[in-house]
Design a protein around this ligand. Structure first.
Ligand SMILES: Nc1ncnc2c1ncn2[C@@H]1O[C@H](COP(=O)(O)OP(=O)(O)OP(=O)(O)O)[C@@H](O)[C@H]1O
Ligand SMILES: [Mg+2]
Length: 269
């Protein structure tokens, strides 16, 4: 099953909200689990009043002697309820030290865990720096979603990291524009592909730009644990945008995991 990594390089563009929101509206076959891998520490425990144990520390310990990946997530996760949707979440302690220690366990021998056969793992990788311990995870991911607001600052910082990002995830790299930017996806795509092609001498198609996500305080508050989801929560603009995003991401996901791909293959054969 796929590993979707969510990260960002500048600001607070909504990476944690996106990881949880994507999992909440994921297609049923995906059986998603959110794993907090932010080296600065997690937020979901506090936001959703979850317990400190189990956490990513337990997932890492299980990864060392992983028996069955399904059991590993059942034992290491706690449910976050978005009304009828129950999203299993592997929380990370605040502070980050334990997450930074756990990450090598998850990305070394732990590929069997993060690429679990029966679950889609959505990893919140937090803010990316040059020495970040999440780089090995990005290399393992089927798709690397880099959140950025379409403004001068965030696009400039993103451009500075583009060489490393393309090296880590060429062909699997998706820049997802967060809410509140000023440029269009086409403008940002133009700037980034010119940089990749001309200054990095790499394939300008290595980066795809999607979004922007809508500015939707209500949905963000639901995902932040400040508001209980109403009956029509899936119709909130941000939730609907996350649902559409799964369609855009389908080409990046392993064929066996994407029923849409099977259907279209049959229809054209
Ligand atoms: N699409 C959105 N519309 C409105 N508010 C949003 C949206 N996405 C996120 N937010 C809000 O922005 C703030 C930051 O979100 P989030 O915690 O997901 O950011 P982040 O990128 O993970 O940054 P950090 O890890 O530093 O907190 C939160 O208050 C969240 O509710
Ligand atoms: Mg975050």
């Amino acid at each position: 099953m796929p590993l979707v990594a969510v990260t960002y390089v500048k600001g607070r563009p909504g990476a944690t909200a996106t990881a949880l929101g994507l999992a909440a509206v994921a297609p049923e076959w995906a059986r998603p689990v959110v794993v907090e891998c932010d080296p600065a520490g997690g937020d979901l425990m506090r936001r959703h009043r979850l317990a400190a144990v189990p956490s990513v520390v337990d997932l890492a310990a299980a990864a060392r002697g992983a028996a069955s990946p399904g059991d590993v997530f059942a034992a290491a996760s706690q449910p976050v309820a978005v009304r009828e949707a129950r999203v299993p979440v592997v929380v990370a302690p605040a502070g980050g030290a334990q997450t930074r220690a756990a990450l090598p366990e998850l990305t070394g021998s732990g590929r069997a865990v993060l690429g679990a056969t029966d679950r889609m793992v959505v990893a919140d990788c937090g803010r990316l720096g040059l020495g970040s311990p999440v780089w090995p995870l990005l290399r393992l991911a089927d798709v690397v979603l880099v959140l950025a607001r379409a403004n001068t600052d965030e696009v400039a910082h993103l451009r500075e990291h583009l060489g490393e990002l393309v090296d880590a995830g060429a062909g699997r790299l998706v820049v997802l524009l967060g809410a509140g930017g000023v440029y269009s996806a086409a403008d940002v795509a133009d700037v980034l592909s010119t940089h990749v092609g001309q200054e990095l001498a790499r394939d300008p198609e290595a980066v795809t730009v999607l979004g922007p996500l809508p500015d939707d305080r209500r949905a963000a508050a639901v995902l932040g644990g400040e508001l209980v989801a109403g009956r029509r929560w899936r119709r909130l603009p941000l939730m609907a945008a996350y649902a559409r995003l799964w369609t855009d991401l389908a080409p990046y996901l392993p064929v066996a995991a994407a029923p849409h791909a099977d259907v279209s293959a049959e229809a054209t054969s």
